[in-house]
Ligand binder design. Structure first.
Ligand SMILES: Nc1ncnc2[nH]cnc12
Ligand SMILES: [Zn+2]
Length: 332
C-alpha cells in the first residue's frame, strides 16, 4: 500500500457489503476442510488462490468453499476470522450477508447457522470493539420460490443480530417484481432492505429494482452511471449505493480503480459507500478499498471518513449503536 499505510489503517471504516461465505480465506477453508475430511481438489490454483474466471465459475467455487463449513463452530470461526480481520484494518462496524440457502446446503438449521456466526461476531467484538450485524439474503438464481422461503424463514425466526434482508446472486435471472412478495414479508418483519443490481446488468436493472422493491440501499448499483436520469433519481431519493470497486474490476466491469465511477457518482450527489464484496476471490479488503480510492481517485481523509459516515447512516442497526459508532467517527 506504500507510504501512509499506517495512517490509512487507523482511519475508521464502515463496511456494508460483504458475503460471509465469500470472505472465507483459503487457509481457513483448508483448516475447516481437514476437520471434516473434505476433498478440495481443483478449488485452488498453484498460488493457493481460488480458481475462477467469470461470474459463473466464481459462484461454483464460492458454493464449493462454502460447503466446507458444516457446524455452528465452523461458522463461528468464519465470522471471527472476518470481523477480527476487518477490525485490524480499521473497521469499526461491519455488516455481512448471510444465507439461509447456504445454511441448508451445509446441513445446518437457520438458527444454528445464525447462532454460530453471531458467536464469531460477539467474540470479535469482545477482542477488538468492532460491532457487526447480519443481512439474510435470498439467492436470485435459485428463483422466487426459494427467496420467498428464505424471507419466511428469517421473518418467522428473528435473531438479534439479523437486521436486514436482501437479494444476491445472478442479477440476470428473473425480474425484481418476482421477488416483491419476499421483500414485503421482510419489510413487515422490520428488516432493512437491499438488493444487488447494476453489477452484472445495466441501469435498467437498477431502475426495475427501485420500481418494484422497497429498498433503501442497492448492492453495487454502479452501472446506474450509464443513465443520467437514473443517477438523478437515486440522488433525489437518497438511495445509498454499496459500491465494491475492486470486485467490479475483478469481474471486468472496469479496467482499473482510476476509471471506476465512484467519484463521478459522489460528485452527482449520490450517497456512496465502499465494501469488499468477496475479499479472497477479488483480491479486495475493506482496507485496500479505502487505500485504492485514496491512491487512484484522490480521496482525502475527510472524504474517506465521510464514506463511513454515509454507511453508518444507512446501516441496519439500532439507534444507540449507530450513535455510539458515529461518535467514534466524529472523534477521529
Ligand atoms: N458479487 C456478487 N454479486 C452477486 N451475488 C454475489 N454473491 C456473492 N458475491 C456476489
Ligand atoms: Zn455482493
Amino acid at each position: 500500500m506504500g507510504p501512509g499505510t499506517d495512517h490509512l489503517r487507523r482511519l475508521p471504516k464502515v463496511e456494508l457489503h460483504c458475503h460471509i461465505e465469500g470472505a472465507a480465506r483459503p487457509d481457513l477453508v483448508q483448516r475447516v476442510a481437514a476437520r471434516h475430511a473434505v476433498d478440495l481438489e481443483g478449488l485452488f490454483d498453484d498460488a493457493g488462490r481460488y480458481r475462477w474466471h467469470d461470474f459463473s465459475s466464481f459462484i461454483r467455487a464460492y458454493d464449493r468453499a462454502a460447503g466446507v463449513f458444516r457446524t455452528e463452530e465452523d461458522f463461528r470461526d468464519l465470522a471471527f476470522d472476518h470481523f477480527a480481520g476487518i477490525a485490524a484494518e480499521g473497521a469499526v462496524y461491519g455488516e455481512i450477508f448471510v444465507s439461509p440457502d447456504h445454511a441448508a446446503a451445509s446441513g445446518l438449521s437457520w438458527r444454528a447457522y445464525a447462532d454460530g456466526l453471531a458467536a464469531g461476531i460477539r467474540d470479535a467484538s469482545a477482542a477488538t470493539g468492532i460491532e457487526g450485524r447480519m443481512i439474510a439474503i435470498g439467492v436470485r438464481h435459485h428463483g422466487p420460490e426459494s427467496v420467498l422461503a428464505a424471507a419466511r424463514l428469517v421473518a418467522s425466526q428473528p435473531h438479534a443480530l439479523v437486521t436486514g434482508f436482501g437479494l444476491a446472486g445472478d442479477e440476470r435471472s428473473h425480474h425484481p417484481r418476482d421477488f416483491a412478495p419476499a421483500f414485503r414479508i421482510a419489510e413487515e418483519a422490520g428488516l432493512g432492505l437491499t438488493v444487488h443490481a447494476g453489477e452484472l446488468d445495466g441501469p435498467e436493472s437498477v431502475r426495475a429494482a427501485l420500481d418494484h422493491l422497497p429498498v433503501s440501499r442497492i448492492g453495487h448499483g454502479v452501472r446506474a452511471i450509464e443513465d443520467p436520469d437514473l443517477v438523478h433519481r437515486i440522488a433525489a431519493e437518497g438511495i445509498v449505493l454499496e459500491l465494491c470497486p475492486l470486485s467490479n474490476i475483478a469481474l471486468g466491469l472496469y479496467p482499473d480503480v482510476a476509471r471506476h465511477p465512484a467519484r463521478s457518482l459522489m460528485a452527482t450527489g449520490v450517497r456512496i459507500t465502499v465494501s469488499s464484496d468477496d475479499p479472497p476471490y477479488f483480491g479486495s479488503s475493506i482496507g485496500t478499498e479505502y487505500a485504492a480510492l485514496a491512491r487512484d481517485q484522490d480521496f482525502s481523509d475527510s472524504e474517506l471518513v465521510a464514506l463511513g459516515r454515509t454507511a453508518l447512516e444507512a446501516a441496519f442497526v439500532d439507534a444507540p449503536t449507530r450513535e455510539r459508532i458515529a461518535a467514534s467517527l466524529r472523534d477521529w
